[in-house]
Design a protein. Sequence first.
Lengths: 262, 254
Amino acid sequence: MIWDLHCHLNGVDGRTPEERMAQLLEYADRMGVDRLIVFLGMSFSRSYDPKPDDFRQQNDEVIQAISHWMDRALGFAYLNPNYLQESLDEIDRCIVNGSLVGIKLWVAARCNDQAVDTIIKRVAELKGVIFQHTWYKVGGNLDGESTPDELARLAKRHPEIPLICGHTGGDWERGIRAIRDCPNVSIGTGGFDPTAGITEMAVRELGADRIIYGSDIGGRSVSSQLAKITGAQIPKESKQQILGGNLKKMLLPILREKGIKP
Amino acid sequence: MIDVNVSLFHWPFRRLPHDTTDQIVKKLKAAGVTCAWVGSFEAILHEDADGVNRRLAAECQQNNDGFLIPFGCVNPTLPDWKEDVRRCQENYKMPGLRLHPNYHGYALDSELFAELVAECHQRELIVQISLRMEDVRTQHPLVQVPDVDVKPLLELLPKFPGVKIVLLNSQRSLRGPLATQLTEAGDVYYDFAMLEGIGGVGKFIEGVPYQRVLFGSHFPFFYFESSQLKLKESDLGETIRAAIATGNAEKLTF
């Protein structure tokens, strides 16, 4: 069983969200991926600090994309903490009253922003999954681009709320260390090069139950991202946990709440 | 399957899960690789280039079945570099070189590089150029090495018709129509170890003739399965898949 935590409609052929979703599923079928989590719209480069109309439209596109494939695809709502009330309203619209099952926080604001605390508390009440993009770029991050250290500080303020450290910080040797002592933080393995050793180190330092497979398609290749798990020298049982078991377990409460078949 | 992008010895900044020659050979053979073109990780930082090439040749020779084909490294900023080229070909029987212009500090529009290409042209050596070894965003803070700019090849290659250039790890920095233009300017080939994007290989051959695409894994720095699975991810058809996996590289060497 393979569940992919990290998929986008961007970078995929197709004129409509449905066409792009169909494309993603064609590749998923070929590569043996059972379920895709989709977030961000057809073009997410419009602004790193999207206005409410923008992130609402992107969420609409995700809702539209997954609507025909609820058995194969799930979606997260994209929010901008710089627009706190609008983000809380979007949680109501997309998660409470809509089909989405988690949130994606990207690079609009660093996750040590107070608004993020309010957002994640609300999502946790709903049992939604929280995905925070993180990177350590040696040349410097974007103004609003979080590091795993910042996520670790957020996690320690809310030790009862599960969080996902997207990209493992890119520089995974630092990223893994940064969140190592935050048992409520899992890493997402998608969206960086398939550098050998990442998964072995992560299993060693975090345990297999804190690692979640994701790809970051369509900007990334399914293959390069799957290889990090399938090619790793770790037990078969650990691979099963990472490729789908951990994500399914994290999603189960909200899927049950919404009556979506796991 | 011929893998044109494998490296031996130790990556300077990390121990890799497969970093002994025995482990590498075992893994590649188990995956169906029949021949691997190998460079040396030592080449990027060592200044005793002949020491690096000598060890590489000896290591390949120890696996005495012709499975590992050594590609030596020449740094044209070092004194008497032409002797390194000569030794690579005449002493170590290497069919080509693997260059690291970014780690060695020269550009492809430099006189030095033109001289090196001329030397390889005359000797009919394949020239592999590694555009990057790793994501520039995750490099060691004290060793930040920019990607190689290959645009100067557009002007240079027509001066050396027939010289065979293999660009490794190219697709993260090679943008726009340049890949296509380079194949028109000369005998330029690409591996796809760093090709990203969903269905990447299939999309790449929309702009570059499939006859110019070679299987390369950047193993053991990358998980080998990354490139292996890419051949499955795109619906290439058997003819194209076989050409990319094996046939194109075979034609390049024989």
